[in-house]
Design a protein around this ligand. Sequence first.
Ligand SMILES: C[S@@+](CC[C@H](N)C(=O)[O-])C[C@H]1O[C@@H](n2cnc3c(N)ncnc32)[C@H](O)[C@@H]1O
Length: 269
Amino acid sequence: MTTQNTIPLPETEIPNAARIYDYTLEGTFNVETDRQAAEYMFHLVPSTRKWVKLLRSFLQEVARELYAEGFTQFLDLGSGLPTTDHIHTVVPKARVIYCDNDPLTVEYGQALLKDVPNAHYILGDLTNPAEILDSPVVKSVIDPSQKVAIGLNAVLTHLRWNEIKSLAETLYGWAPDGSKIYETVETKEIGKTTPQFQQFLAIFQQAGSPMYMMSLEENMEVMRPWHFIRIEPVADYLERDRNYITEADREGVGLEFYAALLGKYGSGR
Ligand SMILES: C[S@@+](CC[C@H](N)C(=O)[O-])C[C@H]1O[C@@H](n2cnc3c(N)ncnc32)[C@H](O)[C@@H]1O
């Protein structure tokens, strides 16, 4: 899975999370500083690349499935870089709005999408979802008479319990009937940790984007009133071989990522 970078990148000493993620996906939208930061993370948690690739595969698979179900509008939240393996290339006929709270990611995103008329990139913080939903782009692109596919892929771990709760409730109040959320949830065994995993978490803490790990049950509770239609380990969702995830990939902390689909009114449409 490779991506093409079509805009120039600055030489910088400061790594950027979205460019690090792109390097993890073996894309070309990154600079040496990002690659060094990523390699240090792989050193601490070697399964990082494997998990991140699975998360991106889920994003692509679920976009295809939802489009096949008749979803023609996507509001993808906490999007990272809209490189050539993101939603607008998987379902090119759909209308897509990407959103991120990192201004640099949004700047890159808008540049990458400048020739893509049905994909847009907005700045927005998931801790203030009302502002995102009130934005002129959302108001002009999303047809409120049609169901919306709402994405929360690989982002909930950056939000606190009360922030997710408020986000879920606000999205539910706004979303047309029949809308669906696609999300992934990162979990680990409660109380289990290793020095490497602690160091890994400390990197995000120092970068100002701490990671909060919640259990699957907590996620199911906090996402109410959305109705869970499907939830399973991401490797199972993608029908990977049952030994695809090894004990080593769990990093001594019982690491697991779940993929889920949630619906409004549990309509299953
Ligand atoms: C791990 S990346 C996931 C990117 C993409 N969703 C994917 O699955 O490939 C998480 C993204 O969420 C963004 N993010 C983190 N906290 C956020 C918040 N409060 N509001 C909006 N975006 C946020 C980060 O800037 C980053 O680009």
